[in-house]
Design a protein around this ligand. Sequence first.
Ligand code: C2O
Ligand code: CU
Length: 455
Amino acid sequence: MTRRDLLAAAGAWTSAVVLLRGQHGVARQHHPPQPPDELAGPADVTLRIGEMDLELAPRRTVRTLAYNGQVPGPLVRARRGRPLTVDVWNDSREEDIVHWHGLHIPPEVDGVYEEGTPGVPPRGGRRRYVFTPEPAGTRWYHSHNPAGRDLKKSTYSGQFGMMVVEDGNDPGDYDQDVPILLHEWDPYLRRNGPLDVEFKYFSINGKMLGAAEPIRVRQGQRVLFRIVNASATLEHQLALPGHRFRVIALDGNPVPAPMWVPVVDVAPGERVDAIVEMDNPGVWLMGGLKAPQRDAGLGIVVEYADASGDPRWAPPSPFTWDYTVFGPPAATRPEPDGRLTMAFRAKDDGHHWMINGKSWPDTDPIVVERGRRYRWVLDNQSADPHPVHLHRHTFELVSIAGRPTSGVWKDVVVVPPWKQAEIDVVADQPGLALFHCHQQFHMDNGFMAMMIYQG
Ligand code: C2O
Ligand code: CU
């Protein structure tokens, strides 16, 4: 692309920013109501945003925003390629927006203000989103409001749920399909060196360890766990003592080389689909590797039929999670048409973030042309891992910290501290697409950029 093209694209971008700042700046205006004809007829899915008291465990209740008075929100099962109508009602006091994470859908319905999706007006407002879910796999939805230092909002809240997009090709090679959604509660800011967020309580499927019904299994069963990390800021490692996980999909996309692992690692925004063969009867604790987090709720009991007693925990043997083992190292992919490096760095205050030296909303747009393949070098010049996410697209991992792989398609990738990850992005979803760190506190502190299609 010539410099003039770039400037033209950047100019278009600047006016878009001005427009969005008008809508979501200090003097917050609301989108006009949707015309009544767009709201006619019943919806396939209705989500109602409202406050609730969530009982994490007996005598342990948190007040939070949630969908339909439940945490997680309803499990949405949709058919790939079949239009889905979703009504979102907002009984809260602030505008909100629901993002459909991992879907290739247009920016007007993706659920991101910055891409131009209208939000849902507060105090009883309603907005209807219609889209055709693509691709098949384990997806999820969550609030895409900014939170800043209001740790009650967005992904700090109970506003999250799983969406499974089915395409009829599911091999069905399992006997049970068990959603596992990880989350934390009662966040507080702590200066711990740099300013950081910490949490008091942890939950799986909205309950602290011991407060949920056990996952009941039988010997010989194969159980598919669809694990979603709906944490605002924390990466987690999960183990089920006495068992191993066969990882079959990452971020909902089948991997070329499914593998047995003792530990599953999921960063904010990521999903892991893993099958466990139930071949070790007993009562087990599936939980996080860190004892203080299990004590604070991060676990769920897996109980075999006819087994009884206290759930057993045992630490797994040391294990390093590595995306690259799920695909062959030799690549068969086409050469990229363009290359781009993005360096991630903290500002001197330690909690504002920059991409190539700039923080949102001043970050340089990522300009692409439709139909091209781009190699992005994600260069983490910081001591924090960053789970970066690209909206409305799925990308192929090329290498992580120098280890090559292929055929592993994701929408979030953790770039390890002081290391690089390379990904190939195929620009096949025209329209604005937000790129950001899924760590809410990083995202709200400048770690965002917009991918724009030229022309
Ligand atoms: Cu899971 Cu910007 O989103
Ligand atoms: Cu980050």
